[in-house]
Design a protein around this ligand. Sequence first.
Ligand code: ADP
Ligand code: MG
Length: 669
Amino acid sequence: MTETLADKAVDTLRGVGPGTRTSLKRLGISTLRDLLFHLPFRYEDRTHLTPLADLNQTGDYLVEGQILSAHPVYSKTPALLVTISDGSAELSLRFFRLRAQQAKVFATGRYIRAFGAVHQLGRSIEMTHPDYQITFDPLGPPAQTLTPIYPATTGISQTRLRNLVNQACALPWPQLEGQPWLALRALHAPIAGNTNAVIEARRTLALDELTAYQLVMNELIRARSAARAQPLPRGPALGRQLLESLGFELTRAQRRVLTEILADLEKPLPMLRLLQGDVGSGKTIVAAFAAIRAAECDCQTAIMAPTELLAGQLHNNFSRWLGGFGIQSALLTSAMPAVEKRRVLKMISTGEAKVVTGTHALIQNQVAFSKLALVVIDEQHRFGVHQRMLLQEKGLTPHQLVMTATPIPRTLSLSMYSDMDVSVIDELPKGRAPIATRIMNQRHRPELLAWLAALIRSGEQSFWVCTLIEANNDIPARAAEESFELLQKELPGIRIGLMHGRLKAEEKASVFERFRQAEIDLLVATTVIEVGVDVLNATAIVIENPERLGLAQLHQLRGRVGRGQRPGHCILLHDGHLSENARERLRALRDCQDGFTLAEKDLELRGPGEVLGTRQTGEDAFQFADPAGDVMLLEQAKVRAARILSDNPELARQLLDTWSTGGHRSLIV
Ligand code: ADP
Ligand code: MG
């Protein structure tokens, strides 16, 4: 394949040495393509110069003036205090952490242009640690484009990133249909006041991205219709026996989806079915019936969960449900000792283990199954086609059951999952009381703790979730650690455990196991517990700073409690600083228990205002398209994909190249 401009290494830009290259690498940037796909998460308006005399309110401003004086001040934080004048008034700029060499540049008489926040300090106004540029002569008019702010990392500044992006944007990019470069350029340097250009560029990219998705979809559908799977006909009625041993009746919805699934399994065509059901609707047991069917036909089932913790829990369920029928279950985790792992791998390759649970590594790694007929993917709420592609590449065509608690509107599932059949569990098991949800200010923390202590003394358990989420991966863990320490002081005599993403897999498993065995009363955790955790004795969940999470995630978290017969409680603990939008979101959660309605509300509250913002969180399968918001665009993409496939194979190849390769986040990476 010929190397295109996009494939060129970032080193080809001016001034990229080994240090910068390493920092860029940490941001996932090695090629010019990666660089252009590294998009700002917000913009600053630095297009207007404000005369110093007009600075009478706090906020961000671009100012300019001549330096009158610069001298160090030795307060709590040492700083350089620089006074400037533009003829209309004077202003003090305060700089921190300047090296001696940097401080020298602030010489009297030079010109400075600075952008930063101003604060009222007594009677005067001060600008704190602005971005700045110093020159011998006055600068020309400011740029008319907005200033992009990028996700950055240590070793590379915003100024540096901007400089590199500018260099890259100036290169002669091809301007053909299906090439993203012009639209990307518009997102890096939008003209101030022209929001339409940003919206238009985002739309163009989203349409291309969705078109590429549809092209992949078409290919998957074509491949599947030609593939053959192991038919799994009805066997000696172990399913009926399981039903009798459960201790509860399946809901009507569970019975309906099960009929749909079992009918698929009898066919020689590989099943590809999405099983959708709200948290607590009982998807797992449905999967167990499918696994029994496979085992009766002497075939294996692989069950994949997003985390090892959930894999462990699923394994417990499956061995409890199926063990009695002589069906062997096995768990494969990365934390397992080598000897144990070898033993399990052997059980899998000989076919002795009929149900194998693990994370997605089950498929990614070279786990050799003897007769794999069914793959169950639990809590798949990213809209990716990743696993489907992967299985296909490996030449495997098992039946697939994908389970999700994320409600997907029907119009959307028709287009997004056009290659899948959909089953919906639309009722909860009988006897579930709604989860009492309260919005509470930290001011009432003492009452909350007293209530929690009483609940725990009565033998129930609780979660305490810390939601702090920052670009820095260490922060949520630290927030949970701090809460953990504080709660230990506040709740003496109560056994408190701590769980976060930085713990090793075996530590996580052990903490979780102790919680399950009720050796821990209160589990302080980050959102790692979000999906699927099922501990019936846990009846309360406190969510700190709930305003940081979206409605869907909050609903998932709340679903961790009230899963048994006892009523659940959810306390949304905020510190009083809630925006109107956040308040409304929390109220929606308090007043509604239905995931489907909440998903729609979430969409409505998110509003059309966010052009780029939320697409940057790394959680989504798409970088530009919003599968929930872009329904119209999705329809357009379908039509376009069909047209391109028949009359423009070159464009099809082009789109697939752009959207399925490269370091940027996209649908297939
Ligand atoms: P989810 O759909 O969120 O994965 P689970 O499969 O974990 O939900 O089920 C939640 C809980 O409800 C489990 O403890 C499960 O055993 C129980 N359960 C499932 N189906 C029923 C039912 N029909 N009646 C009563 N309890 C049920
Ligand atoms: Mg589940």
